[in-house]
Design a protein around this ligand. Structure first.
Ligand code: COA
Length: 376
């Protein structure tokens, strides 16, 4: 390996193959298994997109009904996992709770060590069904509340909101959540997905790979950006203060959370859809403060740096307007992306080669060993 082949942060490096998604640069759209993501958000449910990623085709009506039935019947958590969530410290971050819950679910799945294609798909469906329950239970315990059991009448998005709040959400919120879940479902070889593939490439099981992926998603340069972006917007607080706030932050060389993307240099393809959803929620609650403020931040960033927002930016203020507690934004990202991770783990296991890159050594040259008694 020569130094010329080194790319810090693996920028531009092709690290593997995948049939799951690609960015079509000509139209700046994300394509999932051949389908335009924007079209999917306009026409499909999150469950249909999850099915597409796990099975490679959009479901027929009968297949979707069976898939929904499977998901809804597998939402309950094993008792010891509920106890684990109940016994966690009240100030534990929901991402840590979720990572621990997913890791512990491995104990209770008889197929945990089976990396065959069919077992991996079955485990993925179980995880997809159980993650919203773990998220909601962990959150409610941390607030001193009793958990709200999943409702088999409700779809993925509605049930998630229901278990958090204990009351059925209005249709416009279910639609917003459904859209954000579709937008978050899959995005190529991002850091958390690559983590999952690296772990799977050792032939470790799906639970191990997804537990590691949750750890990778938590950081503010990745999924944690949606929480960080909302904290920033709260600090800005008003549309009138936004321009100066951004100028000051840039003068101090601060990063503006929810902006920039390794893959998109002319705008994140998912943003227009999520911004539209944000405006719809603002109209429904009769208060446009947050999207107005966000527009000023966006315009200032464009003028000063030419940097576009990424999907975490409109997701952050949309979730805020829906009254979702900020520490749950990245866990909700998990509840969606788990299907993308799982599909990548399945691809990796189905055609595995250990992922093991090289590095450039930057340590000292060969040194003569000095006995312990002679070291000063
Ligand atoms: C996503 C991210 C890590 C991509 O990073 P990257 O491809 O390594 O790009 P770089 O960090 O090298 O950025 C290139 C330039 O743009 C600047 N930049 C990138 N994102 C920026 C941001 N959010 N705010 C201010 N400046 C930013 C960098 O400072 C750098 O400027 P320089 O060349 O003058 O040093 C980066 O844009 C970022 O940290 N964004 C904020 C966190 C976030 O929203 N993450 C979610 C991603 S979906």
């Amino acid at each position: 390996m020569t130094d010329k082949s080194y790319s810090p942060g693996l920028e531009g490096v092709i690290a593997g193959e995948s049939a799951l998604s690609r960015i079509d640069i000509d139209i700046n759209r994300l394509i999932l298994h051949g389908y335009d993501l924007v079209e999917l958000t306009e026409n499909a449910s999150y469950e249909e997109v999850a099915y597409l990623l796990l099975y490679g085709e959009l479901p027929t009506a009968a297949e979707l009904a069976a898939f929904n039935q499977q998901l809804r019947s597998q939402r309950d958590l094993p008792g010891p996992v509920v106890d684990l969530l109940r016994s966690a410290p009240a100030d534990a971050h929901p991402m840590d709770l979720l990572r621990t819950a997913v890791s512990s679910l491995a104990f209770f799945d008889a197929e945990t060590p089976d990396n065959s294609h069919d077992a991996n798909v079955r485990k993925s469906v179980r995880l997809l069904a159980k993650i919203p329950t773990a998220l909601a239970y962990g959150y409610r315990f941390s607030q001193g509340l009793e958990p709200v059991a999943p409702d088999a009448e409700l779809d993925h998005a509605a049930n998630l909101l229901f278990m958090l709040r204990g009351e059925k959400p209005p249709a416009y919120e279910v639609e917003a959540m459904n859209t954000s879940l579709i937008l978050y479902a899959e995005h190529g070889y991002n850091a958390s997905t690559f983590t999952a593939r690296v772990v799977a490439s050792t032939l470790a099981d799906l639970y191990a790979a997804i537990t590691a992926a949750i750890g990778a998603l938590h950081g503010p340069l990745h999924g944690g950006a949606n929480e960080a972006a909302m904290h920033m917007l709260l600090e800005v607080d008003s549309p009138a203060a936004a321009e100066q706030w951004v100028l000051d932050a840039l003068a101090q060389k601060k990063k503006i959370m929810g902006f920039g993307h390794r893959e998109y240099k002319s705008g994140d393809s998912r943003v227009p859809t999520m911004k539209k959803v944000g405006r719809q929620i603002a109209a429904a609650i009769g208060d446009t403060k947050w999207p107005d403020l966000a527009d000023v931040v966006e315009a200032t960033m464009m003028r000063e740096k030419g940097i576009f927002p990424n999907v975490d930016f409109p997701c952050a203020y949309t979730y805020y307007m829906m009254g979702i507690p900020i520490p749950l934004y990245t866990p909700i990202f998990v509840a969606s992306r788990v299907v993308g991770w799982a599909a990548h783990v399945i691809e990796q296991h189905d055609a595995n080669r250990l992922i093991r890159p090289n590095h450039i050594y930057t340590g000292p040259d060969h040194r003569a060993f000095v006995a312990l008694s002679e070291r000063g």
